[in-house]
Write a protein that binds this ligand. Structure first.
Ligand SMILES: [Zn+2]
Length: 107
C-alpha cells in the first residue's frame, strides 16, 4: 500500500479516489474520519489521504491524477452552481461533488 494523494479537502481526496477506482485501481482512504465535523485540520499529518492498495498501481494512478489536474488547469470554465442543491462546483465537473447529480453546463 502506498500513499498517492493528500489534501485537507476531503472532497478533493474523494474525487481522486473516484478517478482511480474508475480506472480499476483499488484504493483506501485514511484519516477520513478525522475530518468529520471539523472544518479544516491545519496539520498535514492528519489530512485525509488516499492510498493505492497495490504498489504496482502507483505509477499508473499518479499519471491519471496528474493528467486530470492538467486537464482541469487548462479549461476549468466558470464555476457551476448545482441545480439540485446549489453547491458550487468547478466548471469541468460533470456531476455535483455534493449530491452527485449531473451538472448542467451553460455552454
Ligand atoms: Zn448538488
Amino acid at each position: 500500500m502506498k500513499e498517492i494523494f493528500r489534501h485537507h479537502d476531503i472532497t478533493r481526496v474523494n474525487y481522486c479516489r473516484e478517478l482511480l477506482e474508475a480506472a480499476g485501481i483499488p484504493t483506501m482512504l485514511r484519516n477520513e474520519h478525522l475530518v468529520h465535523g471539523v472544518i479544516e485540520i491545519p496539520i498535514p499529518e492528519f489530512y485525509p489521504n488516499l492510498c493505492v492498495m497495490k504498489d504496482a498501481d502507483y505509477e499508473r494512478g499518479w499519471k491519471i491524477l496528474n493528467e486530470d489536474a492538467k486537464a482541469s488547469e487548462k479549461d476549468p470554465g466558470p464555476d457551476l452552481a448545482c441545480p439540485h442543491c446549489g453547491e458550487m462546483n468547478p466548471g469541468n465537473f460533470a456531476a455535483c461533488y455534493s449530491c452527485e447529480k449531473p451538472l448542467l453546463s451553460p455552454k
